[in-house]
Design a protein around this ligand. Structure first.
Ligand code: SF4
Length: 349
């Protein structure tokens, strides 16, 4: 089987090319084609000689990610099903800002980091699938490239933001996720600012500390959804081994090392975590580390019985936190009609 060329570093490729009697600087050209120009065949690398292209073709392949299906929501959201080289499917979403939206011309890509997920969050469709494998850095990068192309073709604007909030737990695919961020932010890749990237975790304390040690520059979001262990255990079993106290410590450590404010994602489930007592607990938890809160609208899934809270309860909940001086954004869900909203990605058609 041929080797995946995007798993070689420029230094490794340079060594290999030199051993084959080629000039070493060709490695830089090849990498530029692979990442910056997203070439998907050696034939496209027109500044290489034909024999060099043939040589590369004989030893390496470029594993493509292709768009298997695109679905468009009434609100402009586009959900894509991406086919990986081994036939597995993952999903990614383009979320354009609504006209008159507070975020103006924001174009956000939501990308997947794993095929399926090993965590079993009860409100999430992906949580009812098995985790098949991690995505490699190129597979994550390719989703961004494909969604960026959709943004330009459909809205005449490039991506402005990327969230790792699709299928999978990014911090359980740590190395590849960080490598994909490096590629996206590198001037040899897409050259995006890390401040435009948010990695969202269900809460893996050890890896949150590792992000601090690695002094990452991107944003971190915690899918919190309950600020009391007994409730959080019920909806997110990962909480049993990564309790709120342990997570709070890890987030404090991350903040100390990076100076980056945390985002807490909080879905208000009807009659579960939407009382003023819950808001009080959430407020207490946010005092542990500088943070803002995104309250997210819930999108019911067939596998579970949760319901979205009502607008009056939401207003009271958000108002309580705002009165305490907490920054709160209420996020309306997008792409619900095509199962592209948060927690709904599960390869459904
Ligand atoms: S919410 Fe995230 S971590 Fe939890 S099951 Fe879904 S994809 Fe996995």
């Amino acid at each position: 089987m041929k080797q995946d060329i995007r798993k070689t570093t420029p230094a490794q490729l340079k060594d290999w090319l030199t051993q084959q009697g080629e000039q070493g600087f060709r490695a830089k050209q090849v990498h530029e084609w692979l990442w910056k120009k997203s070439a998907r065949s050696f034939e496209q690398m027109t500044n290489l000689s034909l024999p060099t292209r043939d040589l590369l073709n004989a030893h390496f392949d470029i594993r493509p990610l292709t768009v298997a299906e695109e679905q468009r929501s009434n609100d402009g959201t586009i959900k894509s099903s991406f086919r990986l080289f081994d036939g597995n499917l993952v999903e990614g979403v383009l979320i354009p800002a609504l006209r008159n939206d507070e975020h103006g011309d924001r174009m956000t890509a939501c990308v997947s980091s794993q095929v399926g997920c090993s965590l079993t969050c009860k409100f999430c469709a992906t949580g009812y699938m098995d985790r098949k494998r991690n995505l490699d850095a190129a597979e994550i990068y390719d989703q961004v490239v494909a969604i960026d192309r959709q943004a330009k073709e459909n809205y005449d604007a490039p991506l402005s933001n990327i969230v790792y909030m699709g299928m999978g737990e990014p911090l359980l695919n740590y190395k590849n996720v960080l490598e994909s961020v490096d590629r996206i932010t590198s001037p040899d890749g897409l050259g995006m600012s890390p401040k435009r990237i948010t990695v969202s975790t269900a809460g893996i304390a050890k890896m949150i500390r590792q992000l601090g040690d690695d002094a990452v520059k991107f944003n971190l979001a915690l899918s919190l959804h309950a600020a009391n262990d007994q409730k959080r255990d019920q909806i997110m079993p990962i909480n049993e081994s990564n309790t709120l106290d342990v997570l709070g410590d890890a987030l404090g450590y991350f903040y100390k090392k990076t100076g980056t404010r945390i985002t807490f994602e909080y879905i208000l489930f009807y009659n579960f975590n939407d009382t003023l007592q819950d808001a009080q607990e959430l407020w207490k938890f946010t005092k542990r580390v500088p943070a803002k809160i995104n309250i997210i609208e819930y999108n019911p899934i067939a596998e579970a019985n949760f319901k979205n809270t009502d607008p009056q309860t939401l207003d009271k909940f958000a108002g309580f936190l705002e009165n305490k001086g907490v920054t709160v954004n209420v996020r309306r869900s997008r792409g619900k009609d095509i199962d592209a909203a948060c927690g709904q990605l599960a390869g459904k058609k």
